[in-house]
Design a binder for this molecule. Structure first.
Ligand code: PMP
Length: 285
């Protein structure tokens, strides 16, 4: 596989990043994941806009190749022959200097830019979408700026392992009694025909898939309410689902052992998945 590092396309085993890179030492990096379907990028503009916002919020410089990011994505998809899969992008504050908590002088240290692809044949017709996911709930003990997409992913990884240990697929995180989001996705419940998902704030990542799905839902005259909900309300909901760039819309059929509805993917989640895949494929670039 060919990867991109700071201006160069290289075989993955020849790509190098400094051991002093602040993403390695301090998780001082931000990232994006863009799906590829039929060789085209899904929601690319949204991911690029969020990347720019994450960089701004952390006073991190834009990498020199920022304006070439679409071309770099396309080139990696081409050379790696990705039909269905994803492109992972990471920007770090760099770090050729000694380890230091203070940010390095931007005149001396350039950001690191890394991109690579992962092939995922049949990504859009995943069997999990037909079966639905099981989630557990865990305490949300992450930092307070979850709207910035940083590479500090240790707690979400631990949450995923707690879910696996419990025989489930993912964990929904809870703060002050309310669900924030999944380990790597936004969380939704459905009551009647109403789609309920937590409002945007610094408590959650502003999902690019969330924005698109809510727009399509409203365009299809479906009712949307942006507010937080408790795990008890979720357990009694008619349906639940998650969204993310790599899973699109994925139904949830069990929460903390409680079965939702008939224990199969719900009508609303199934319809939203179809609409999202249709519309975003049409708009893919
Ligand atoms: N929340 C968290 C914590 C995530 O890690 C992700 C996926 N990166 C999302 C939500 C979903 O965001 P998106 O739809 O942009 O992939």
């Amino acid at each position: 596989r060919t990867v991109y590092v700071n201006g160069e396309y290289l075989p993955e085993n020849e790509a190098k990043v400094s051991v002093f890179d602040r993403a390695f030492l301090m998780a001082d990096g931000v990232y994006e994941v863009t799906s590829v379907l039929g060789g085209k990028l899904i929601d690319f503009d949204g991911h690029l806009a969020r990347l720019e916002r994450s960089l701004n919020e952390l006073d991190m410089q834009k990498p020199e190749a920022f304006d070439d990011l679409l071309e770099i994505h396309r080139e990696l998809v081409r050379v790696n022959e990705i039909t269905d899969g994803l492109v992972y992008l990471q920007v770090t504050r760099g770090g050729a200097a000694d380890r230091d908590f203070a940010f390095p002088d931007p005149d001396e240290v350039k950001p690191t830019l890394v991109l690579f692809t992962q092939a995922k044949p049949g990504l859009a017709d995943s069997p999990a979408a037909k079966k639905g996911m099981k989630v557990i709930s865990i305490e949300d003990i992450r930092w307070g700026r979850r709207d910035i997409k940083t590479t500090q992913l240790l707690y979400p990884s631990m949450g995923k392992m707690m879910a696996k240990k419990a025989g489930c697929d993912d964990a929904w995180m809870i703060e002050d009694g309310k669900v924030t989001e999944g380990t790597s996705n936004n969380a939704y419940i459905v009551k009647g025909n109403k789609i309920i998902t937590r409002e945007l704030s610094t408590d959650i990542l502003h999902g690019i898939t969330r924005a698109a799905v809510l727009r399509f839902a409203r365009e299809a005259q479906m009712e949307v309410e942006e507010r937080s909900f408790t795990i008890d309300e979720a357990k009694e909901a008619d349906e639940a689902f998650i969204t993310s760039a790599s899973t699109f819309v994925m139904p949830v059929v069990e929460i903390d052992g409680a079965t939702l509805g008939e224990g199969v993917p719900g009508k609303v989640a199934t319809r939203l998945r179809e609409i999202y895949l249709d519309e975003s494929l049409k708009a893919a670039i």
